[in-house]
Write a protein that binds this ligand. Structure first.
Ligand code: XUL
Length: 536
């Protein structure tokens, strides 16, 4: 007869990862067959917000508005959560066997709940829809998200009361940034004091979704908590000083920070009754999409860089201890593994690529073909791709700059936007340390080999792509698996991520192209510096 441990190792286990991103909601179910390292993606499903829910009126996941405002109705995310679970159930995915659920969310976005929310979440009627029962739990109908750029004044005020930019960076891991949740909360308090006073709980997108699943408010983790300018990056707990500099009574609206690699709650009766989850299914604290991608890409030791080409482009790497960006442009966040990560974030990611593509009526295929027609360095033609305001470098108003070509020159424009993105990432990540041994790419645009080849040539290192471009949802599922399997002994995140790093391709740098890019990035830096100086 087989002993119990052998039996457990030969059983199948299931874990669910959810990612609520800017434009879509994704679910990945991992199936573990026997040992923890033998997993496969059983199903991967996404719901696109604009096309599935036209009634919310979003464009690229955001409500249209002017002057730097970027909000999304939280009810859209609630609808997507229930619809994606419905779709998994209809497909016959064994939801009753899911042992744990990990969540990832676009970072910084905040959800404001009134005093009725906690009671409502705990007493949902499973015969009715989720969104329809939650209509009245908000003290703010829309959520400011990471693209919002309206809080420059609040950033200055918070920085001034905490002793200046460098002091805020040393305390929280980042200077004050417009999209960070603290400045956003301060603006809400200043512009809508009554609604702020009626707010009983403030969640991030990444803690809101687990709170729905748990039927109670769940803590924020240090991965996403670090994106608020409210958490002491060294102690990974709220900084009272930062809370007080932001808004009154803020401590009462937040639960204590909870480490990511832990269990926050069991699943609520609503989800067991409606979708068939087992009452023993565990809910983890959520984390940000970038910290989740760090896990999904297996970047849990130094020397490898992750690049996510999504709505935002981000470049990140593991960090064993806190070391902040001396230039103040990038950030240090908590990593779900318990350590840290360094990250640079660009607003002009896929929206800039998309703007060039649609302006010239191109398909992605013709976009790639055009990239093949121009040489590395684009014969000196350079673009500063500020289709929107930018985070790195900080550019307060949109304005694309073209040097040596007109906006009708399609070939020049296609190469210029990609080379600008890569050069900027290369220049602004230098502070993170040694040259990496390789880059792991993820996000929608990582399906495009020509773009990745330019990345390899600019950085001078191989670029790999893994099997899924949804590394945040995968990272969320791996976190769920880790919390369950670690009880049987030390199992590293690296081992759990490995089965999914089977790369469809690796692109090696072309050394001649890399050589010309070394001059190109210096020229790019000069254009960037001159432009910023001229802006004043
Ligand atoms: C990170 C950031 C974005 C969002 C959206 O600081 O602002 O990457 O997480 O993906």
């Amino acid at each position: 007869m087989r002993d119990f441990a052998t039996l457990v190792r030969t059983m199948k286990h299931y874990y669910l990862g959810l990612d609520c991103s800017t434009q879509s909601f994704t679910a990945i179910v991992l199936e573990q067959d026997g040992e923890p390292a033998s997993t496969r993606i059983l199903v991967e499903k996404s719901i696109h917000f604009d096309t599935t829910y036209p009634e919310f009126g979003t464009r690229n996941g955001v409500l249209p508005a002017g002057s730097g405002v970027a909000h999304t109705p939280p009810q859209l995310w609630v609808r997507a959560l229930e619809d994606i679970l419905d779709a998994l159930k209809k497909e016959g995915i064994p939801l009753q066997n899911i042992e744990a659920i990990g969540v990832s969310g676009q970072q910084h976005g905040s959800v404001y709940l009134n005093a009725s929310a906690e009671k409502k979440l705990a007493s949902l009627d499973f015969t009715q829809g989720l969104a329809e029962q939650l209509e009245n739990v908000y003290s703010r109908k829309t959520s400011p998200i990471w693209m919002d750029a309206t809080t420059s004044e609040e950033c200055r005020e918070i920085a001034a009361s905490l002793g200046g930019d460098d002091a805020v960076c040393a305390l929280t891991g980042s200077r004050c940034f417009e999209r960070f949740t603290g400045p956003q909360i301060r603006r809400f308090f200043k512009t809508e004091p009554k609604n702020y006073a009626e707010t009983a709980h403030i969640c991030l997108v990444s803690s809101f979704i687990p709170s729905l699943l748990a039927g109670k408010i769940i803590s924020i983790d240090p991965g996403d908590g670090a994106g608020m300018n409210l958490m002491n990056i060294s102690t990974r707990a709220w900084s009272l000083e930062a809370l007080n500099a932001t808004a009154p009574d803020l401590a009462t609206k937040l639960l204590p920070v909870q480490e990511s690699d832990s269990i926050a709650a069991g699943i609520s009766a609503y989800f067991t009754a409606r979708f068939g989850f087992s009452p023993s299914c565990k809910i983890l604290p959520g984390t940000g999409d970038n910290p989740a991608s760090l896990v999904g890409l297996g970047l849990v030791s130094s020397g490898v860089i992750g690049v996510s080409l999504g709505t935002s482009d981000t470049l990140f790497t593991y960090m064993s201890s806190v070391h902040t960006d001396p230039g103040g442009a990038s950030h240090v966040f908590g990593s779900p593994t318990g350590a840290y990560m360094a990250i640079s974030v660009y607003k002009n990611g896929s929206l800039a690529r998309e703007a060039v593509r649609t302006k010239h009526g191109l398909t992605w295929e013709s976009f790639s073909n055009l990239l093949g027609r121009t040489p590395p360095g684009n014969q000196g033609r350079v673009m500063l791709p500020y289709f929107d305001t930018e985070i790195i470098p900080r550019i307060g108003k949109p304005g694309v700059q073209r040097y040596g070509f007109s906006d009708q020159d399609v070939e020049a424009e296609v190469r210029a936007v990609i080379e600008a993105q890569m050069a900027s990432m290369f220049l602004h990540s230098a502070w993170m340390g040694e040259k990496p041994s390789r880059i792991q790419a993820t996000g929608g645009a990582s399906n495009n080999r020509e773009i990745l080849q330019i990345m390899a040539n600019v950085f001078g290192v191989p670029v790999m792509r893994q099997e899924t471009s949804n590394s945040a949802a995968l990272g969320a599922a791996i976190r769920a698996q880790h919390v369950v399997v670690k009880k049987d002994g030390e199992v590293s995140f690296e081992i759990l991520a490995r089965p999914h790093l089977r790369t469809p391709f690796t692109l090696n740098p072309d050394l001649e192209a890399h050589h010309s890019y070394q001059k190109f990035v210096l020229a790019y830096r000069k254009y960037e510096e001159d432009y910023i100086r001229d802006l004043g």
